[in-house]
Design a binder for this molecule. Structure first.
Ligand code: C5P
Length: 294
C-alpha cells in the first residue's frame, strides 16, 4: 500500500491589498503582495478502504466536516476532473482560525490537491492544478504557490517574486469571524490606486519602504464592522512592530519584525494582555514544502 503523505498548509498573508475595480459578476479586482508563513494547518492523506475525514487541532471546533468543507470539495472536484475513484482517509489538523483572512480553507484545499495528485499518481502539472484550484475559490491558486507573489485579477493572476526579505511575523486574531462578501459589500470606493511600481524587495528596509506606500483597502470597512480589529492593530503598534496591518478581509492582523526575538517578545506581551486572542509568532516561508512520507 502507498505510504501516507503529509504537509503543512501555510497561512497566507496579504502584506498589502489594493482593490482597483469590480467585474460585472461582482468579484473585485485586486493587486496584492502575498506571502506565506511557516505556521499553518497540517494535512495527511492515506490510502483507505473507505473515504474518511477527521479534523483535530486547536481550531477544529465548529468547522464544517461535511461535503461543503473545502478539503472535501477539493477531493471531490479532483475525482470529477480525473475520473479517479480510489478511497482516501484525510486528516486535517486545524491550527488557523476559520474565516480569519489567513486563507486557511483555501490553503487546505490547495494542499489537498497537491497531496492527492501525488498519492493517486495523477501527474497533473501546475497549470492544470491551478485551473482546478480556481473552481474552488479565488484564493486557492495562489495557495498552490506558497512562495511570495503578486496577485492580480480576482487573485488568480499570479506573478512569483524572486526574493522577499526574510522577516518574522506576529499573527493576532481577536476571535471574531469575518464574512469576506460582507466586507467587500461595505467597501465604499471600489476603484483605488494600484500598487506602486515594484522595486527590489529582498532587504528589510527596501520591503518596509515599499510597503509603507501601500494599503489594505479592506481594513477600513472591516474595522467599521468589527471594532475588535482596531484593538488588534493598536496592540500590535504598541509592540514596536515595523509594519502593522490587517490581512485579507480580516480579522487577523499582523506585525512584521526584523528579528525573531522582537517578534517573540511582542507575542509574550500581547498574549499576556489578551489571553483570549489567537497570537502566533512565525516566519515567512521562502521555499515550497513538497510533502513528508509518514
Ligand atoms: O472565491 P471565494 O469563494 O473565496 O470568494 C468569497 C467571496 O468573496 C466571493 O463570493 C465574493 O463575494 C468575494 N470576493 C470578491 N472579490 C474577490 C474575491 C472574493 O468580491 N477578488
Amino acid at each position: 500500500m502507498a505510504p501516507s503523505l503529509s504537509r503543512t498548509a501555510p497561512a497566507k498573508i496579504n502584506l498589502c491589498l489594493h482593490v482597483t475595480g469590480q467585474r460585472p459578476d461582482g468579484y473585485h479586482l485586486l493587486e496584492s503582495l502575498v506571502v506565506f508563513t511557516q505556521f499553518g494547518d497540517r494535512l495527511t492523506v492515506s490510502p483507505s478502504s473507505e473515504d474518511e475525514f477527521t479534523v483535530t487541532g486547536p481550531q477544529a471546533t465548529g468547522l464544517p466536516v461535511g461535503a461543503e468543507n473545502l478539503v472535501l470539495r477539493a477531493r471531490d472536484l479532483l475525482r470529477e476532473e480525473t475520473g479517479h475513484v480510489e478511497h482516501v482517509a484525510i486528516k486535517l489538523e486545524k491550527n488557523l482560525p476559520a474565516a480569519s483572512g489567513m486563507g486557511g480553507g483555501s490553503s487546505d484545499a490547495a494542499s489537498t490537491l497537491i497531496l492527492l495528485n501525488a498519492l493517486w499518481k495523477l501527474g497533473l502539472k501546475q497549470d492544470r492544478l491551478a485551473r482546478i484550484a480556481l473552481k474552488l475559490g479565488a484564493d486557492v491558486p495562489m495557495c498552490l504557490s506558497e512562495t511570495p507573489l503578486i496577485a492580480r485579477g480576482i487573485g488568480e493572476d499570479i506573478t512569483p517574486l524572486s526574493a522577499v526579505a526574510e522577516l518574522s511575523v506576529l499573527l493576532v486574531n481577536p476571535g471574531v469571524p469575518v464574512s469576506t462578501p460582507e466586507i467587500f459589500r461595505k467597501l465604499e470606493r471600489k476603484e483605488n490606486p494600484p500598487l506602486p511600481p515594484l522595486t527590489a524587495l529582498d532587504t528589510a528596509p527596501a520591503l518596509f519602504d515599499w510597503l509603507h506606500r501601500t494599503r489594505n483597502d479592506l481594513q477600513e470597512p472591516a474595522t467599521r464592522i468589527q471594532p475588535e480589529i482596531s484593538h488588534c492593530l493598536s496592540a500590535l503598534l504598541a509592540t514596536g512592530a515595523e509594519l502593522v496591518r490587517m490581512t485579507g478581509s480580516g480579522a487577523t492582523c499582523f506585525g512584521l519584525f526584523s528579528s525573531q526575538e522582537a517578534a517573540e517578545r511582542a507575542r509574550e506581551e500581547i498574549s499576556a494582555s489578551h489571553p483570549d486572542w489567537f497570537v502566533v509568532a512565525t516566519s515567512l516561508l521562502h521555499e515550497t514544502e513538497a510533502f513528508d512520507h509518514v
